[in-house]
Design a protein around this ligand. Structure first.
Ligand code: CTP
Length: 432
């Protein structure tokens, strides 16, 4: 049987950043030194970028470098009022922006913003701007913990159009180790992309999602293992997309091969074998409102792996027996699930995707199954994009055209949120 008509890859459905007008507002924290690389990455992905520096940021990062990297003038405090400008610069910039990246956000700029103090070019641009804002604070841990900063940050959580990105923990420029480290550049880019794909809504707020990602690795002996080409990209992007939409996320993952920035901010449970993954999933299942089983779990393992290293000439004889099947973790999760929990499974297929997916969906019993081809360019393991079929309740089958994996993650999350609402014990009966 030949492949069914899953649409051919169109190169990832286009980069969500391409052609978008991104206003980068940089305030005075030492993390400002990371912004030139972020601006460069945005421009390389086709975004149009304009930068504004606060007076303190001007002392930390070069306006010349930012102008050069963004291919636009970089605006500084002295530019705000000019007898040659027909309109105020802060209004021009605010109206130009489609989306704002406010990074790093200093304690002072946070206070100015929350209290409406428009006394610098950066603050007046921010206050005049009606576009959504991704806000990434960075400061010393004592400043971050100070009551005034906590109050201002809490206030910001209630605002519409704002995607607040909690700082992480780590070594700070002041030599302290603690909270206050700006989200890594890779996370800023993911969050910006998410904002453009899914808006600033926090529809997963108050819900917990359990995600599995990556391959498992089953030892054959001390030197060899059975594994597969999964990188963990789909599962990790699902976890990040859910976190950005407000979910609490547990990520159980095998060995990953992706940008380490993408792991930032996630509650992670690293494992190696299917048995370890099974134990972690069992432990975490009870607290989850939903599960996304994106891991590529091994199908077989050695009943008793060799304690040492097998010699090459003994390998073939030794591996011809002594295997056992790995239990189907997804089917187990479905069997044990508490009322109300919704489960998304994945299916890696070659050949006729849809037909095989139907059988797998029926066999596994999950609420949703996303089936993708692994024998085409631009889909499946390690690819930046993916395509396939989403099977759901009531024999609903949706064909999802090729798109970037973050865009796909958002679509799958929306479907999973619907499934959670559908399974909710206090759901209103149909027809009301
Ligand atoms: N899965 C699992 N436990 C396994 C194997 C797979 O939980 N031992 C899960 C995967 O995480 C995925 C789904 O089952 O969500 C389908 O995985 P896939 O590899 O496509 O299918 P298999 O069940 O392994 O079936 P087959 O190899 O016959 O395609």
């Amino acid at each position: 049987m030949g492949p069914d008509p899953v649409p051919a890859s169109d190169g990832g459905g286009g980069d969500p950043l391409a052609g978008r007008r991104v206003l980068v507002l940089i305030s005075g924290s030492i993390a400002a030194v990371k912004l030139p690389l972020v601006v460069s990455a945005l421009v390389q992905r086709g975004a149009r970028v304009r930068c504004v520096l606060s007076p303190s940021a001007e002392r930390l990062v070069s306006a010349v470098a930012l102008a050069s990297l963004s291919r636009e003038p970089c605006r500084v405090e002295a530019d705000q009022w000019s007898h040659q400008a027909p309109r105020p610069l802060h209004i021009e910039l605010a109206e130009w922006a489609e989306v704002v990246l406010l990074a790093p956000l200093s304690a002072t700029t946070l206070a100015r913003w929350v209290h409406g103090l428009a006394d610098t070019l950066l603050a007046s641009t921010l206050i005049a701007c009606e576009a959504p804002v991704l806000a990434a604070p960075a400061m010393n841990s004592a400043m971050w913990a100070a009551p005034a900063v906590r109050r201002n940050w809490k206030e910001l959580q209630r605002w519409e159009r704002v995607l607040p990105l909690e700082p992480g923990s780590g070594l700070l420029a002041c030599d302290r180790v603690g909270d206050g480290r700006m989200a890594a550049p890779g996370v800023l880019l993911l969050a910006l992309e998410s904002l453009l794909l899914a808006g600033w809504g926090r529809d997963w707020q108050g819900r917990r999602l359990l995600v599995s990602a990556g391959p498992t690795r089953e030892p054959l002996d001390r030197a060899r293992c059975l594994t597969n080409p999964s990188t963990g990209r789909m599962g990790v992007l699902l976890a990040q997309a859910a976190r950005l939409r407000g979910a609490a996320v547990d990520l159980v993952h095998g060995p990953l091969a992706l940008d380490p920035d993408w792991l930032e901010g996630l509650q992670r449970w690293p494992v190696m074998t299917a048995a370890e993954m099974e134990a972690a999933l069992q432990r975490l299942q009870g607290g989850a409102d939903a599960i996304a089983m994106a891991a590529a779990v091994a199908d077989h393992r050695r009943s008793a792996p060799e304690p040492g290293k097998l010699a090459k000439h003994d390998l073939e004889a030794s591996l011809s027996s002594g295997w056992e099947p790995v239990p189907d973790l997804l089917a187990e999760l479905v069997r044990r699930r508490p009322p109300g929990q919704a489960i998304l499974g994945f299916a890696a297929q070659s050949g006729a995707v849809l037909e095989a997916a139907r059988a797998k969906f029926a066999r596994k019993g999950c609420d949703l199954l996303f089936a993708n081809p692994i024998d085409r360019d631009g889909a499946g393991f390690a690819a930046a994009s993916n395509e396939g079929w989403l099977l759901g309740p009531g024999a609903r089958e949706r064909r999802l055209a090729s798109t970037g994996k973050l865009a796909l993650a958002h679509r799958l999350l929306s479907a999973l949120a619907e499934a959670v609402a559908f399974r909710s014990p206090d759901r209103e009966p149909a027809g009301r």
